[in-house]
Design a protein around this ligand. Structure first.
Ligand code: N01
Length: 752
């Protein structure tokens, strides 16, 4: 049986030679090809792409209508924190004829209108079953399909299941005793009523000061008689400076939208922007303050975080930037005690999601607004009439919970998903999610996760990351179809390697230092694991493309006519080492192995003059490691421990260009391989030259054969040379202000 022709008019013709797996065998035909869970931004784009590609699909949505996050989060003041023209689909090329954003940061109702507009324009509603929650999805190995059950009684079989459930869609429990006894009104920002809520003349409590609290508090304070904000952790917030979409930006964007969108796809965060490569302390204090002021004034989160290359990796750099923010808070808030309570001091700036606000700090200057620091005055319980802290009883008419989400994994594990041998995904992820590329997970064939854990997701512009994932999935389905495969699943090796790589990337940043929802730290009992992939949309996209280019590296593809598996790790090097090689290629610098030793040393010395001093050396230990051809001498250079429970990078500036460069080049001329790691302690281990010829050096590892270590590592156990070539370096720069000017560098690396 061929796929039914259900495409819309004018679509690319489907390859009619391709037939379903069941046509070649006696396997049962599934009810549909794909079940999609969720009809938010991801679910809608899936419906668009899948239907156009001729796949039979059903989309189940728990809400009564589409929109996902933007359907549920209707609280006062709710807005997007990425500029509206960046936070939209790129697949709809003629959108400017029928859609215009009214503001730089659109409100929730406007975004919801946009999503409805897209759904209507492309006739997507017909694929969606609303008010229906998927409860269970089980893989039937004998039939090679999924059996999906909903709370509406649906029992649907499908070849593929795609979780488009959103990263911030599973509200966190209130975690406060006595809520059921409160006789006033109770609201959750994540489940706001559809009818307008009127706070006029009321005494209102708001618990929580993340993005939802920061956006809603000033608006609630405009109506309410009294507002008391219960804050557990203060946030860093910058003024959004909302207004009309700037005509200049719109003109620039309209002049070459294709270039703009493609620059977004190859940017660090999904918004056209060059990755900063300037370390904080490489410029004068006056220049730094000027740049911080610009970051504060521009009203864009990603620009602010990108102010210097090492803000998220160098504690001293981060501290200075944080202090700039704290000074701003102190300058805005009149009452010194309130200002002090509003200043975050126990985590590095941007390691918890920073906020964009409109009048947030100034709202605390209003006479009817009060801040309660619950670290000093813990909430004891909610009573019939209000909230009791350890030392005060408050009376309220309404309590608003802005307490956040079981982020990234919560909505996925809320569905009872079982894979091969009835293994439950929830059990598999009990100690933290394990995925390959944040898209798939071993033991669960034909299951795709859109913006799943281990992908850039919440650290990026979600619209761009969603499109990238959906496009990847569609390409994958096309590949399976074209080659007669019915199932795809990552290997355990690839998954372990990717999971380790994500952790390695997080470990060279300051992210693990915060108790954030990125770390799962906001949900009691949730394993403490960094959930998103922090290396950037650009690196991530290149990785996903590389996996495909290398014949679906790390995946097993199977079907009635056989199976194929090109097993291996897509990222073997330590991320900072890899990053430096990519940066060097992007800058057209000569590769180190092409230089004579003296030249390489001179090169390193020159680079060293531009970088700040490194950390104190705590200890130097010489020793030997067992190698394939005998013992290998190494030198261990330990840094002085600092007050952090997590391991940290041995380079001063972590992902900063010059620091990573120097870390790599330190091996120049003396070693056969570069950096590897100790799992308990961040160290640099340098293999000294026992087998490298004196005139040449090998500054990064050569790997060969199938991986012998499940953990991502820079050194192959057998020390053999890499046979496989891989395209690894792609760097694209786009310069706002000069439309059409783009510099593309592509280079081939020999490392694997
Ligand atoms: O949730 P949050 P959110 N007692 O987890 C506090 C996106 N978003 O809904 O930090 C007292 O950030 C909690 O304290 P702590 C955006 O990515 C985007 O505000 O855990 N307090 C924290 O202050 C954002 O980051 C947009 O110590 C309790 C707050 O509640 C993400 O969604 C708008 C508590 C929760 O903050 C989540 O934002 C809105 C308790 N028992 C959201 N439990 C835009 O696009 C929790 N808290 C603009």
């Amino acid at each position: 049986m061929e796929y039914p022709i259900t495409q819309d008019a004018g679509l690319e013709a489907r390859d009619d030679r391709l037939v379903t797996d069941s046509a070649r065998t006696d396997r049962p035909t599934p009810d549909v090809d794909v079940v999609v869970v969720g009809a938010g931004i991801a679910g809608l784009y899936l419906a668009y792409r899948l239907s156009r590609a001729g796949h039979r699909l059903r989309v189940f949505e728990a809400g009564d209508d589409l929109g996902g996050k933007w359907y549920w989060n209707r609280y006062p003041g709710a807005r997007v924190d990425v500029p509206s023209i960046d936070y939209m689909y790129s697949f709809d090329p003629n959108w400017q004829r029928d859609w215009q954003w009214s503001e730089k940061y659109a409100t929730q109702p406007e975004i919801l209108r946009y999503l409805n507009h897209i759904a209507d324009k492309h006739d997507l509603r017909r694929h969606i079953t609303f008010s229906t929650r998927v409860r269970q999805a089980g893989w039937d190995d004998s039939a090679s399909l999924w059996r999906v059950r909903t709370d509406g009684g649906d029992d649907v079989s499908a070849r593929f299941v795609v979780m488009a459930t959103g990263c911030l869609s599973m509200p966190k429990q209130a975690e406060v005793d006595g809520l059921e006894s409160f006789t006033g009104e109770v609201y959750f920002t994540s489940r706001w009523p559809h009818d307008p809520v009127d706070f006029t003349g009321k005494r209102v409590a708001v618990i929580g000061t993340g993005s939802s609290g920061v956006q809603s508090i000033p608006v609630i304070a405009e109506e309410a008689r009294e507002v008391v904000v219960f804050q557990r952790t203060p946030t860093f917030s910058i003024p959004a400076r909302n207004g009309q979409v700037s005509p200049e930006r719109l003109a620039l964007f309209a002049a070459n939208e294709a270039d703009y969108r493609s620059a977004a796809r190859m940017s660090p965060g999904g918004i056209p922007m060059e990755r900063s490569i300037t370390p904080t302390f490489s410029v004068s204090e006056a220049e730094r303050q000027q740049r911080y002021e610009r970051a504060w004034g521009i009203g864009e989160l990603f620009e602010a975080i990108n102010v210097y290359a090492d803000v998220l990796s160098n504690p001293a750099a981060n501290h200075e930037f944080a202090e700039f923010f704290r000074n701003k808070i102190r300058a805005i808030v009149d009452d010194p005690q309130t200002a002090s309570d509003l200043c975050p001091t126990d985590y590095p700036v941007a390691t918890k999601r920073p906020c964009l606000d409109t009048n947030y700090y100034a709202t605390y200057n209003l006479p009817h607004v009060r801040l309660v620091n619950v670290r000093k005055h813990p909430i004891r319980q909610i009573t019939e009439t209000g909230i009791d802290t350890a030392d005060e009883a408050f009376t309220f008419d309404a309590i608003v919970f802005a307490t956040g989400f079981d982020a990234v994994t919560g909505a996925i594990t809320a569905v009872d998903i079982t894979g091969r041998d009835d293994a439950a995904l929830k059990d598999k992820w009990a100690d933290g999610p394990q995925t390959y590329l944040g898209l798939t997970t071993a033991g669960f064939p034909n299951l795709f996760l859109i913006t799943g854990p281990g992908s850039p997701s919440v650290l990026s512009n979600m619209a761009v990351s969603i499109e990238q994932h959906v496009d990847w999935v569609l390409d994958c389905l096309g590949h399976l179809r074209a080659h007669g495969f019915a199932a795809i699943e990552p290997t355990a090796t690839a998954e372990a390697g990717w999971t380790q790589h994500v952790n390695d990337c997080a470990d060279i940043t300051l992210f693990p230092a915060a108790n954030s929802w990125y770390m799962g730290a906001n949900v009691p009992g949730k394993p403490r694991v960094f959930l998103p992939y922090p290396a950037g949309v650009d690196f991530y996209r290149a990785t996903c493309d590389e996996v495909v280019a290398r014949d679906y590296l790390g995946f097993k593809l199977s079907g009635p006519e056989g199976s194929m598996c090109n097993d291996g790790l897509v990222r073997r090097l330590q991320p900072d080492v890899e990053m430096i090689l990519i940066q060097m290629a992007a800058m057209n610098l000569p590769t180190l192995d092409s230089m004579p030793v003296d030249e390489a040393r001179a090169f390193y010395a020159q680079m060293s003059t531009t970088r700040p001093p490194g950390p104190d050396v705590g200890e130097i230990v010489d020793g030997v490691l067992p190698g394939a051809t005998g013992d290998l001498a190494y030198r261990f250079i330990g840094r002085r421990p600092r007050a952090r429970t997590r391991s940290s990078c041995s380079s001063t500036a972590g992902v900063g260009l010059w620091a990573t460069l120097s870390r790599t080049i330190r091996c120049a001329g003396t070693c056969a391989c570069a950096a590897t790691r100790s799992s308990s302690r961040r160290t640099t281990v340098m293999r000294r030259s026992t087998d490298s010829p004196p005139q040449s050096m090998t500054p990064w590892p050569r790997c060969g054969g199938s991986p012998t270590m499940p953990r991502h590592s820079a050194v192959c156990r057998d020390g053999s040379r890499c046979a496989a070539g891989a395209r690894v370096a792609i760097s694209r720069r786009w310069f706002p202000g000069s439309p059409g000017t783009r510099v593309d560098h592509t280079s081939s690396g020999r490392y694997c």
